[in-house]
Design a protein around this ligand. Structure first.
Ligand SMILES: Nc1ncnc2c1ncn2[C@@H]1O[C@H](COP(=O)(O)OP(=O)(O)OP(=O)(O)O)[C@@H](O)[C@H]1O
Ligand SMILES: [Zn+2]
Length: 616
């Protein structure tokens, strides 16, 4: 071990390495490398935590794992493999989620530092808050393909993980997805929405039927088209897509006809939409073309299966087949628990086939180029392949920064960025000049943090305030909220306590424009004042926005971010990269939560991950 070789470290550093207790959060691509580096450097007291089990796809870069370990706990196997390098180290492995009340501020306080090797924002935000509360240094790291980044987070000294807003998931206007797609990604997003409408978590924002309120369709024209159709066919819009599908017994031909013929004809009746656009062509299932550009009937021998273009007739068959398999799985789930639903997963064959087939059929209708299943999988799953070398470089830099911390040289822990191409100085690995001081308006790390949120108080319910604002947007885990002026409890983390009021609107609870809520998250040791601003909901505008004084905390456009939004004293702008992943979809989040909740009882299976993710 390096520390035991004379002359490698100074005596002080050797001593610190051998006696300091460190926590590694995540035993994936970067975590395995960090653990190996720590053990080989001579650290003797390490704790590692990961909620996941080993997947075969991890083996190409997570070198503490081998084939025989597939299905086993990452943390446990990482520990065993690292011990084989040096059995004389104490390593505690936890197969668990770090976002649990068990890992309290006191738990964090026992460590000299925390090294993050995570793949999602929720967990990163949480560890950030815990390290701020415990006032211990955190080394945050991440990679995305060839890009990588390491930074120190220390209360009062540097920016925290949440000082700069991360770019929000790039979303597309609902009317583009529902009415006027023009790129393959629009059709893929529509396919994923359709999956959720039929089998997944219900989300009113993910509607797939024609949008009659599209301002471009001149509202009234859309509505009058709707009325005509409603009169002709009964009041079709009153039932959800899922109800409609259920009533039709998930009949492939009927569903196909509605989605790819009737709905398209209906879109055509919104004439304004097509004045300057190519009109879509309604399709009938029994008249599908058996060849499309770049594809032919007998191309089965070419290339990898996933990379072979499908003809439209083939898409129709795959649509029917996958629909029936998903229907069976869905009904099976529902027979056990009627509230259960499927979760879209790029690695689930039927779910992926369904989205790929739907996306290509819709693309064909709108004259948009088709994509292979392989391309659709990476676009729908937001994947950037992980690269072992980048992980190794980043993990090396993490441990070098750990040495700086042990020598109390925090000011030397500059952020470092790994780039795909050398900058004009020929650097691939680019350090910043100094530390980035905290954002004094940060709603997480400044003293007495505040944030203003703009919502329609007549529409937003207390439940939505909890789930969508406090938990999803502001990343709390178990928030309690009281009205500042009266001390009335609005949201309680005690189960069942406020159930009767959760469906009420904020206005019904007396939360109006200007109301200040004091919100506490006991799990994160975090308090925040939330100022409610009332704003009437408008079509196609986000119904929740972070506003006002917190302008710096609002998500910036993706282009701005990737040009280097953060890091005031960076060497140069384009050295700064955004390595964060998109927010998870509600369904992926639900799945992660489910995983986290069940991590203790059962080894969890691997699902959609966001580390290797770019903004859609
Ligand atoms: N809340 C959490 N608590 C503990 N570990 C977590 C938590 N969230 C994520 N992780 C772990 O962080 C690790 C991140 O590693 P990595 O980015 O290599 O992801 P991966 O899942 O191993 O690989 P990939 O996403 O590329 O398939 C994963 O092993 C993941 O299980
Ligand atoms: Zn901050």
């Amino acid at each position: 071990m390096a520390a035991s070789i004379a002359g490698v470290f100074t005596d002080d550093l050797k001593n610190a390495v051998e006696t300091s207790k460190v926590l590694v959060v995540g035993a994936g691509g970067i975590g395995c490398e960090i653990l190996k580096n720590l053990v080989l450097s001579g650290f003797k007291d390490i704790e590692i935590i990961d909620l996941d089990t080993i997947d075969v796809s991890n083996l190409n870069r997570q070198f503490l794992f081998q084939k025989q370990h597939v299905g086993k706990s990452k943390a446990v196997v990482a520990r065993e493999s690292a011990l084989s390098f040096n059995p004389d180290v104490k390593i505690v492995a936890n197969h668990d989620s770090i976002i649990k009340p068990d890992y309290s501020v006191n738990y964090f306080k026992q460590f000299r530092m925390v090294l993050n090797a995570l793949d999602n924002r929720a967990a990163r935000n949480h560890v950030n808050r815990m390290c701020l509360a415990a006032d211990i240094p955190l080394i945050e790291s991440g990679t995305a393909g060839y890009d990588g980044q390491v930074e120190l987070i220390k209360k009062g000294m540097t920016k925290c993980y949440e000082c700069e807003p991360k770019a929000a998931q790039k979303t597309f206007p609902g009317c583009t997805i529902r009415n006027t797609p023009s790129e393959p990604i629009h059709c893929i997003v529509w396919g994923k929405h359709l999956f959720n409408q039929l089998f997944g978590e219900y989300d009113a924002d993910n509607d797939v039927s024609p949008d009659t309120e599209d301002p471009e369709a001149a509202g009234a024209a859309g509505e009058s088209a709707l009325k005509t159709k409603a009169n002709e066919q009964g009041d079709i819009e009153r039932v959800t897509t899922r109800q409609w599908a259920q009533q039709s017994g998930y009949d492939s031909a009927k569903l196909f006809h509605k989605l790819f013929h009737d709905d398209i004809k209906y879109l055509l009746s919104m004439h304004n939409l097509w004045e300057k656009r190519r009109k879509p062509t309604p399709l009938k299932m029994n008249e599908l073309p058996d060849a499309v550009a770049g594809s032919s009937k007998d191309n089965s021998a070419e290339g990898l299966k996933d990379q072979r273009p499908w003809s439209i007739v083939e898409c129709g068959q795959i649509f029917s087949r996958s629909l029936q398999s998903l229907k069976t799985k869905f009904e099976d789930l529902q027979s056990k628990n009627k509230d259960d639903h499927l979760v879209w997963d790029k690695d689930d064959k039927d779910a992926m086939d369904f989205v790929a087939a739907c996306a290509n059929i819709r693309a064909y209708i709108f004259g948009i180029p088709q994509k292979t299943r392989f391309d659709i999988k990476s676009m729908a799953g937001n994947i950037i392949p992980a690269i072992a070398t980048t992980n190794a470089i980043i993990a090396g830099l993490v441990v070098l920064n750990a040495f700086n911390i042990l020598q109390n040289r925090l000011e030397s822990c500059h952020s470092v960025y790994c780039r795909l191409r050398p900058n004009h100085r020929g650097q691939l690995i680019v350090p910043e000049r100094g530390l980035n001081p905290p954002n004094e308006k940060c709603y997480v790390c400044r003293d007495s943090p505040q944030i203003a949120v703009s919502v329609d108080v007549n529409k937003l319910t207390v439940k939505e305030l909890e789930e969508r604002v406090l938990k999803s947007l502001l990343n709390m885990v178990q928030p309690d909220a009281v009205k500042d002026s009266t001390g009335d409890v609005v949201i309680s983390s005690e189960e069942g306590e406020m159930e009767g009021t959760y469906h009420k609107s904020l206005a019904e609870m007396g939360i109006l424009d200007g109301t200040v809520l004091s919100v506490d998250d006991f799990v994160q040791n975090y308090s925040l004042q939330v100022i409610i601003n009332h704003r009437e909901a408008e079509h196609n505008k986000p119904d929740i926005e972070i506003v006002g004084d917190q302008s710096k905390c609002q998500p910036k456009a993706e282009e701005e971010k990737s040009n280097g939004g953060s890091g005031d004293n960076a060497e140069e702008e384009d050295d700064l990269m955004l390595l964060d992943e998109v927010e998870e979809t509600p369904s992926a989040k639900a799945e992660r939560k489910r995983k986290q909740d069940s991590a203790e009882e059962s080894p969890v299976s691997k699902k959609l991950r966001t580390s290797d993710v770019i903004v859609l």
